[in-house]
Ligand binder design. Structure first.
Ligand SMILES: Nc1nc2c(ncn2[C@@H]2O[C@H](COP(=O)(O)OP(=O)(O)OP(=O)(O)O)[C@@H](O)[C@H]2O)c(=O)[nH]1
Ligand SMILES: [Mg+2]
Length: 288
C-alpha cells in the first residue's frame, strides 16, 4: 500500500532515490538508498507495496518485496496513520516479527488528529514482538530522529558495503526511466498511468559541452492509451517531457535534451519479453 515507504526512504537518505506519487503501486522494484553517517553506513531497501498481483508485473513486484525482506538486519514496516490498522498489517507483523527486529513507522501523523493517532498506537501496543513503534511524518521530515536511533541501535559492526559518497545503486539510465514514469503517473488519468513503462534508447553525455541527450520510449498497453499519452496536438507528451527534463537536469547536473516517443505493446504487463526489456525480469530476481 502507498503508505509512504519511498517518501521515507528519500527523507532518510536526503536524496531522491525512489519516485513518489499518490497512486498505489508506484514503486515497482527493490531499490537501495544508502545513508552515510560519520561513523556508520545504513543501507535502506525500498520495495513495492504488498498487494495481490493481477498480472506478471505484479508477480515481479511481489518477488521484489520478498527479496527485500531477505538477509536484512531490521524491517521498518510503514503504516498509513490516515488509514489506520488494516488486516494485512496484522498479518504482516505476525508473519515477520520473529524474522528480524520489526519497527513500525506510523506515517502521515500530519494528516490525522491526535485522537486517531492515539487509537492506532493503542492497537499497535497490543501487537507482540515489535521492537518499536515510531509515529512520523515522512513528508514533513518529522520525528525521523527517534526512528534513526532505533535503527542505529540494531546496526551491526562492519565495514561499509558501498563507497561513502554513494547514495544509490541505481544507474542514471534507470533513474531517468523512473523520473519519466513519475511524471506520467502525475499527469495521466484513470488506468493509463498504471500501464506505462519507460525504455531508454539513448543516454549520451556530450564531450564538448555539458549537455545530455536522452531519447526514451513510453510504452503503453493500448492504441487508445497512446493517443491519451500524446494528447491533443502532442500537449500531454510535451508536459511529461518538460516536467521530466527539469528533474533530469537536476540529477545529471547538466542541460538535458529529452525526446520522448510513445509505442504500444499490447498487454505488456503480461508479456515476459517486454517485461524483461523494461527491466522487470522475474527470473533474474529469483536468482538473487
Ligand atoms: N500527508 C502525508 N502524506 C505523505 C506522507 N508520506 C508520504 N505521503 C504521501 O503519500 C503518497 C504515497 O507516497 P509514496 O512514498 O509514493 O508511498 P509508497 O509507500 O512508496 O507507495 P508504493 O510505492 O506505491 O507502494 C504520496 O502522495 C506522498 O506524498 C506524510 O508523512 N504525510
Ligand atoms: Mg514507493
Amino acid at each position: 500500500m502507498h503508505c509512504g515507504k519511498s517518501t521515507l526512504t528519500n527523507a532518510l537518505v536526503g536524496e531522491k532515490v525512489s519516485i513518489v506519487s499518490w497512486r498505489p503501486q508506484t514503486t515497482r522494484n527493490k531499490l537501495l538508498g544508502i545513508l552515510n553517517g560519520d561513523d556508520y553506513q545504513m543501507v535502506l531497501i525500498d520495495t513495492p507495496g504488498i498487494h495481490k498481483a493481477r498480472n506478471r508485473l505484479g508477480n515481479y513486484m511481489m518477488q521484489a518485496v520478498e527479496n527485500g525482506l531477505k538477509d536484512v538486519d531490521a524491517v521498518v514496516y510503514v503504516i498509513d496513520a490516515a488509514k489506520g490498522m488494516q488486516r494485512e498489517d496484522y498479518e504482516f507483523m505476525e508473519k515477520n516479527a520473529a524474522k528480524a527486529p520489526l519497527i513500525v513507522a506510523l506515517n502521515k501523523t500530519d494528516a490525522v488528529t491526535q485522537q486517531t493517532l492515539f487509537e492506532t498506537l493503542q492497537k499497535l501496543n497490543g501487537v507482540v514482538g515489535l521492537k518499536a513503534v515510531v509515529p512520523i511524518s515522512a513528508r514533513k521530515g518529522e520525528n525521523l530522529e527517534p526512528l534513526m536511533n532505533e535503527l542505529k541501535e540494531i546496526l551491526p559492526y562492519g565495514v561499509p558495503m558501498y563507497p561513502q559518497d554513494e547514495y544509490t545503486e541505481s544507474s542514471m539510465r534507470f533513474l531517468a526511466t523512473e523520473i519519466i514514469r513519475e511524471k506520467a503517473l502525475y499527469l495521466l488519468d484513470k488506468e493509463v498511468p498504471y500501464g506505462i513503462g519507460v525504455y531508454i534508447n539513448k543516454f549520451e553525455e556530450r564531450e564538448e559541452a555539458p549537455i545530455c541527450d536522452i531519447d526514451a520510449d513510453i510504452v503503453c498497453e493500448k492504441q487508445s492509451h497512446k493517443a491519451i499519452v500524446i494528447g491533443k496536438g502532442g500537449e500531454m507528451l510535451k508536459k511529461i517531457a518538460t516536467e521530466a527534463r527539469k528533474d533530469l537536469e537536476k540529477m545529471i547536473g547538466s542541460k538535458v535534451f529529452l525526446t520522448l516517443y510513445v509505442r504500444v505493446k499490447d498487454e505488456w504487463r503480461n508479456d515476459d519479453f517486454v517485461l524483461r526489456e523494461l527491466g522487470y525480469d522475474i527470473k533474474q530476481l529469483k536468482k538473487e
